[in-house]
Structure formats: structure tokens, C-alpha cells
Design a protein around this ligand. Structure first.
Ligand SMILES: [Zn+2]
Length: 132
């Protein structure tokens, strides 16, 4: 199997697990062979497109997939912004589900406004480690 095929299968397994935990049908996931690093969610056919290549490690790849899945959970009728409160609540819930603690989500690789929200909600440790 090609590495793209292996990656796609891994995404589908992760998304199926999250969908089962959230009580929703899993969205379609596909590989966008022209993209690097950038994933997208298509609200029309409710599918997630993952890039064919990532420069980052697996933690970031899972977080990128989780971000797109949070868009899938975000109800287009009630949301007030693309990364609004309901989206962020879904993302937090998914991070709790995946890592057992939303603070373990790699917030630093998110958009600035999402990182700021995470800092405001004390999900990011901004304190300097104490000196011994
Ligand atoms: Zn987004």
C-alpha cells in the first residue's frame, strides 16, 4: 500500500473513533494530493481533505485532523463564526477525548486567535518553569 493509502486509513480510523464517541456518522476523509500541510473542511459535502504531505510530526497531523473534525461537528445553523465559541467547545471536547486533557492539544500550532482563546481559558501554560 502507498504511504498516502496508509495515512488515509489512519485518518479514517481516528475520525471513525471520534464520530462514534460523539454519536455522529463519520465524515468522508480524502487526500488532497496538491496540498502541503494545509487541511480543509468542505461544508457542502461535509468532507475533510488532508494534505498529501506534512512537514510536521504526528502530533500536529492528529491536531490538524481534529481541527477539521471540529468544523464537521460545528452546526452551520448555530455557529456564529468559523472558529467561534461552538467550534472551540467542540475542539476542546475532542482534545479531552483524544489526550484526556485539553491542555495537551498543541495550541501553539493553531491560528493566533485560537491560541489567544486557549491562553485566556488557561489551556496553555504561559508561566516560566520555576528555577531550582
Ligand atoms: Zn478551521
Amino acid at each position: 500500500m502507498s504511504s498516502e493509502g496508509i495515512a488515509l486509513e489512519r485518518y479514517q480510523v481516528a475520525v471513525a473513533d471520534w464520530a462514534a464517541a460523539c454519536g455522529v456518522p463519520p465524515p468522508e476523509v480524502r487526500i488532497d494530493e496538491y496540498e502541503v500541510d494545509c487541511a480543509t473542511y468542505d461544508p457542502v459535502d461535509m468532507s475533510i481533505a488532508m494534505p498529501a504531505f506534512f512537514r510536521d510530526d504526528n502530533t500536529v497531523v492528529t491536531a490538524v485532523l481534529m481541527h477539521e473534525f471540529a468544523h464537521y461537528l460545528d452546526d452551520p445553523l448555530t455557529r456564529i463564526a468559523e472558529h467561534g465559541p461552538s467550534f472551540l467547545r467542540h475542539l476542546c471536547d475532542l482534545a479531552e477525548l483524544e489526550y484526556g486533557d485539553a491542555r495537551l492539544y498543541p495550541w501553539h500550532q493553531e491560528y493566533d486567535h485560537i491560541l489567544e482563546w486557549a491562553i485566556e481559558h488557561e489551556l496553555v501554560n504561559t508561566e516560566e518553569p520555576p528555577e531550582e
